[in-house]
Design a protein around this ligand. Sequence first.
Ligand SMILES: [Zn+2]
Length: 479
Amino acid sequence: MSSSIKSVVFAAGVAFAPLSIAQAEEDAPPPILFTNVDVFDGFSPDLLMDANVLVEGNVITQVSTDPIDMEGAFVIDGTGKTMTPGLIDMHQHVMLNPPEGTAAYQTRWDEASGGAIAQHHLVNNILMKGITSVRDIAGDPLDIAKAIDMGLIPGPRIVSSGGAISQTGGHGDWAGRNVPPGIIAEHADVTQASQNSWTVDGPDEVTKAVRLNLRRGAGFIKVMGGGGVSSEFDPLDIMGLSEEEVAKAVEIAADNGTYVAVHAYHDESYERHLRLGTRSFEHGFLISEDMVKKMVAKYKETEDIVWSFQCFMSVNSFGSYESMPAFFTHEQKLKGVRVGEGVRAMSKWMNEYDMFTIGGSDMFSPGLVEKIKEDITCNVDAGFTPAQALKHWTGNAGIVMAWSGPKNPYPSFHLGRIAPESYADILLWDGNPLEDINLILDESKLQLVMKDGRAYKNTLADSDSIMYRPAVSEPKVYP
Ligand SMILES: [Zn+2]
């Protein structure tokens, strides 16, 4: 009996009669033992050579250079291969791919096709390329995330902020110039009706938007702290949410055991958010060396803030006026040029002063989403070592995912580590990406993608082999 049929039988059995323990054990997938593999654990610059790694169910239970004896385990020979944790993209916008471009949710049909396109990318350009988790940080893929977690459709883990929270005319205000803001007006802004962003004004409206996001399953809150490149009404130098609005967002997030992430570029907004308790600082490409030092000092004291680096989009896409996305206006391209100039200095300071850093691609529109992993190789071009670049995308990312506290949808084990008590999100590479980071861009070198203990890609065994544990959808049955 194939294991997919077995799972269905198992699930159906739960609904009608309690299974005997012996029956349940027989149906449980056997453990998987990786032998003789070189391990990047998510943090250490040195590989653990010739290690053995045991996966039981959806969790890593043992990592050892001593032999691991596990009766009945599938054995995968890891000789000559490097094991890393599944990659975690900490700055994604999976819903912002409608056919007409970033902010073109002008009809409900855009929303429907946007969802279909999102699911296509989540499988083909994210999960199958080794990105087993994304932190979605503006946009509302919460129903897709739920369907993935229920095993109804394939995809990566998604921890989402829900709609970004912005003031009228801010970075999250994607309506046309003459469209009435808000979702209640007769000619409502459909961008907001899609809940990919909230345009709100005043602490009361912020409270409502934060709570609505958390009610729908958001893991944290994203706010707009200043101007942005891709939006129309907001020069880079303006401030976003006011003091009272930021304080309210931080308060409600903290009341729910989670945190606020901010989109911001310059010293003034970084200063406001640092003072008011925001924890995840995105972008920051125009901040001064003094502000970098303040960030590092705060991190060293509290360990509760992080800088989130979008390397490719700032260094490459905003590298010159000509390299800007074609749908940008002239003003948007000029803003991009300023960001491209600022990032080179500030990322060097962040590295030099050893700021706690995560990596997030911000690469989501067609033409970019296909090459998300170039954000990781870009980290190396920007002066970080390959091990640091991978740490930004694995171990450090997993620490920040856990900051969602009771709102974390994956609370049982660590994310982003090859270590006991970590989710079995595992990649096997033919070769060593710590020696040559560009290896991660060659899909033929990625031989195994495992998420939650199940193989989605496995070129080491035929799909009908017992060595290939298929990524079947296991329907959950709720009595
Ligand atoms: Zn972004």
